[in-house]
Design a binder for this molecule. Structure first.
Ligand SMILES: Nc1ncnc2c1ncn2[C@@H]1O[C@H](COP(=O)(O)OP(=O)(O)O)[C@@H](O)[C@H]1O
Ligand SMILES: [Mg+2]
Length: 210
């Protein structure tokens, strides 16, 4: 079982989007996939409930210390969604089971400072400090055609204690598909190909470290 935890101190940076898109990817790849949703808003859990009949299903359970006992037997991929403002203690039951940890980051200077504090907190956690739990940063909602977007990403890469493992574009496709219980990997059309390519590096990184 490969467990991916998605966390950030910030709300609205794309945690649930990352969780549901990866669930779309793994379920389409034929893996038995489950979401553990530790956020009280339960957006990922509700997304799994909206999944249409013609898309492979994704199991979902509420987060708790016992959550991993409640995911279906033989689950191959678990993705944990977490709320904003998590402390080291909140994360502990999930990080104990995690194979990789992903932190989405929006491209704004304001966001960067708060995220850096969070990243330094993470760096103090035992398994992370010992190099047992890889942490990857995901630049999200990037507008590659703007300087601001590029500069923020460069600054993040320079100042963060962890590598940037993906750059995801800003796109209404994510907003629309989330509402339908779907992800970009539930489609095979030309329109989503570029979006899917944004994820290739991240998916390779998870494979390598998971
Ligand atoms: N790459 C993206 N492009 C466009 N909108 C995005 C993108 N990522 C997230 N969003 C939107 O931003 C909002 C916050 O994202 P969400 O994943 O719910 O963040 P979090 O779970 O960290 O609070 C949602 O409306 C979501 O659809
Ligand atoms: Mg969320």
């Amino acid at each position: 079982m490969l467990t991916t935890v998605v966390a950030s101190s910030k709300g609205g940076c794309g945690k649930s989007t990352l969780v549901t898109q990866m669930a779309s990817y793994w379920s389409q790849a034929g893996k038995r996939t489950a979401i553990v949703d530790a956020d009280r808003q339960q957006s990922s859990l509700r997304w799994a409930g909206r999944r249409p009949e013609n898309s492979p299903s994704v199991a979902a359970v509420e987060g708790s210390r016992k959550a991993f006992d409640r995911v279906p037997d033989n689950t191959e991929r678990v993705i944990v969604d977490t709320p904003a403002g998590v402390t080291e203690r909140d994360l502990e039951p999930y990080l104990d089971k995690a194979d990789v940890l992903l932190v989405p980051v929006l491209p704004s200077g304001f966001d960067l400072e708060a995220t850096l504090d969070f990243l330094h907190m993470l760096r103090g956690i035992g398994r992370i400090k010992r190099g047992k739990l890889p942490v990857g940063l995901v630049g999200n909602r990037l507008k590659p055609w703007t300087n601001a977007s590029q500069n923020s990403l460069t600054e993040l890469a320079e100042r963060a204690p962890f590598p940037v493992v993906a750059e995801l574009r800003d796109s209404q496709a994510y907003v629309l598909l989330t509402g339908l219980g779907k992800g970009i990997f539930d489609y095979h059309s030309e329109q989503v190909r570029g979006h899917q390519e944004d994820w290739a590096k991240l998916l390779r990184w998870i494979k390598r470290h998971g």
